[in-house]
Design a protein around this ligand. Structure first.
Ligand code: ZN
Length: 103
């Protein structure tokens, strides 16, 4: 029983997280970057609190170390370099590298 309960909580948390990431994206598009950061951070907190696996979108969009919402050319620098895509958070400088053949 407890197990099933935890599973459905995780499902609700996952759904809530994707809503938060949508809100973050909308806020970023509307130039409300502080709101985008807040939604991104909430999405990250849900992920750790419910021990969800980090979704690709979360990993691409929210800085792992400072939780800033990453917008290419605004809050993040994106480079293609040696067969991988490198995203650098402008706020804290954290780099994330994704090999191109994984996409
Ligand atoms: Zn950062």
């Amino acid at each position: 029983m407890a197990d099933r309960c935890r599973k459905s909580h995780a499902e609700v948390a996952r759904r809530r997280r994707s809503e938060l990431l949508d809100l973050a994206r909308e806020a970023a598009l509307a130039d409300r970057l502080p709101d985008a950061d807040r939604y991104g951070e909430l999405a990250w907190r849900l992920t750790t609190r419910y021990e969800l696996e980090a979704s690709d979108e979360l990993k691409q969009r929210v800085c792992r170390s400072c939780k800033a919402y990453l917008v290419p050319d605004r809050t993040a620098r994106v480079r293609i370099q040696g067969g991988s895509v490198t995203t650098v958070c402008e706020a804290c400088g954290r780099e994330r590298r994704i090999p191109l053949d994984e996409r």
